[in-house]
Design a protein around this ligand. Structure first.
Ligand SMILES: [Zn+2]
Ligand SMILES: [Zn+2]
Length: 148
């Protein structure tokens, strides 16, 4: 299964040859800055499932000390396209904005992370994880559980 994704201006696209592992709402400060929104709606896939990634239209930056997520935004529209957390070259997890997908096949978000950083309360029944390590752990648990 191949799923196409693209930024707002459509100049930075990539495909996912595999399944979506999970989707979550991130309230961390870095997402607020990169997404220019109160929170980010993020889809997680395996990095090795990415295809047709045109690095030439992306600007990458790390916003934390290692191990940090390497975040790529489109040079043309400044919208996030791809963020990667790889433990080995091309082996790890990649994060793609849910809004870059156009299929209705995406799963619903599974949880809120870094909820202590929220600038907007969310009235939904999803689990809300606060704290840096609690949020990281919740995501790791979700990914390990999903890939088994
Ligand atoms: Zn975040
Ligand atoms: Zn763009």
């Amino acid at each position: 299964m191949s799923i196409e994704t693209a930024c707002q201006c459509k100049k930075s696209s990539l495909a996912v040859n595999g399944q979506v592992l999970t989707r979550f709402i991130c309230h961390c400060k870095i997402c607020q800055k990169v997404y220019k929104q109160p929170f980010a709606d993020v889809v997680v896939v395996k990095s090795q499932d990415l295809a047709q990634v045109d690095q030439s239209s992306l600007t990458f930056a790390k916003h934390r000390l290692p191990p940090a997520v390497n975040r790529g935004v489109c040079m043309h529209c400044s919208q996030p396209v791809l963020a990667t957390l790889n433990f080995l070259p091309n082996w790890g997890y990649s994060f793609i904005p849910a809004s870059n997908f156009d299929s209705a096949e995406l799963p619903e978000p599974s949880m809120h992370l870094f909820y202590h950083r929220r600038v907007q309360d969310k009235q939904d029944s999803l689990p809300k994880h606060s704290g840096y390590w609690q949020s990281q752990l919740a995501l790791v648990n979700k990914l390990v559980f999903t890939s088994n």
